[in-house]
Design a protein around this ligand. Structure first.
Ligand code: NAP
Length: 205
C-alpha cells in the first residue's frame, strides 16, 4: 500500500520505517531537515506524500496541524490515520476534551477526508520492539475509531502490519475517551518506573 507520512518525527519516522519494512511503499514528509527525510527513505513534500496514498499518517504536534494540512493538497476521500493529540504548547494538557476530541476537530477541518484515530495510545519508544516481536501469540492492542468502514479496515491492516492487534472502539467520537487514555499511558511511560517501552492489551475473561 502507498502510505504518505505527514510529520516524520518520533511517531512518523518510526511508523513509516516499520510499514516500509512490512512491505509498504512509504513516502516521508514534513521535517525541518531534508537530510533526515532522505535518510528515512523516499521523501518529498506533504502534497507528494498525500498524492496517490491509500493512507496518510498525520503525526505532527497539534500546533502544526493547520500548517501541514495547508501543504498537503486535496485530501478528499483519503484515509487519514491520526496519532496526533490536541496538546497545548508544552505538552502538559489536552486543549480539546470531554465534548469533542482532536480527531473530531480534525474531521471538521477536512470533512471530505476519512479520519481514523489510531496509535496515539502507544509511546513511540515501544514501536520498534512491538514490530520485532510481531510473531508472538498475544500481541498488544492498539485502539482505533472512525466513522468510515473501508478506512477503518485499511487502518486495522496497518495496525496489524506494525505488530499490534487492532481493537475497534466504534465511531470517531469515541476519540473523546481514547485521547484522555493516552494521558494515562504517558503518565505510566514517562513518570512512573519501568520506562516508556510500554504497550497494553485488554482482556475479556
Ligand atoms: N512521541 C510519542 O510517543 C507520541 C505518542 C502518541 C501520540 N503522539 C502525538 O503524535 C504527534 C506527533 O508526535 P511526535 O512525538 O512524533 O512529534 P515530533 O517528534 O515533534 O515530530 C513532529 C514532526 O513535525 C515536524 N515539523 C515540521 N515543521 C515543524 C515545526 N515548525 N515545528 C515543529 N515540528 C515541525 C518535525 O520536524 P523535525 O523532524 O525537524 O523535528 C517532526 O518531523 C503529536 O500530536 C503527539 O502528541 C506522540
Amino acid at each position: 500500500m502507498r502510505i504518505g507520512i505527514l510529520g516524520s518525527g518520533r511517531m512518523g519516522a518510526k511508523l513509516g520505517t516499520i510499514w516500509a519494512r512490512a512491505g509498504h511503499d512509504v513516502l516521508f514528509s514534513y521535517s525541518r531537515s531534508p537530510a533526515k527525510l532522505r535518510r528515512l527513505g523516499n521523501s518529498g513534500s506533504p502534497a507528494q506524500a498525500a498524492a496517490n496514498a491509500a493512507a496518510v499518517l498525520l503525526a505532527v504536534h497539534w500546533s502544526r496541524v493547520d500548517d501541514v494540512l495547508s501543504q498537503a493538497g486535496d485530501l478528499s476521500g483519503k484515509t487519514i490515520v491520526s496519532c496526533s493529540l490536541p496538546m497545548n504548547a508544552d505538552d502538559t494538557e489536552l486543549v480539546v476534551a470531554h465534548t469533542s476530541s482532536g480527531a473530531e476537530e480534525l474531521a471538521r477541518k477536512i470533512p471530505a477526508a476519512h479520519i481514523v484515530s489510531a496509535f496515539s495510545t502507544v509511546p513511540s519508544e515501544v514501536l520498534l520492539a512491538v514490530f520485532a516481536a510481531r510473531r508472538r501469540k498475544n500481541r498488544p492492542n492498539v485502539v482505533y475509531c472512525g466513522d468510515e468502514a473501508k478506512s477503518k479496515r485499511v487502518v486495522a491492516r496497518l495496525i496489524r502490519d506494525a505488530g499490534f492487534d487492532p481493537l475497534d472502539c466504534g465511531p470517531l467520537r469515541i476519540a473523546r475517551y481514547i485521547e484522555p487514555f493516552t494521558m494515562l499511558v504517558g503518565q505510566l511511560a514517562y513518570e512512573r518506573p519501568g520506562g516508556p517501552e510500554l504497550a497494553y492489551r485488554f482482556l475479556r475473561s
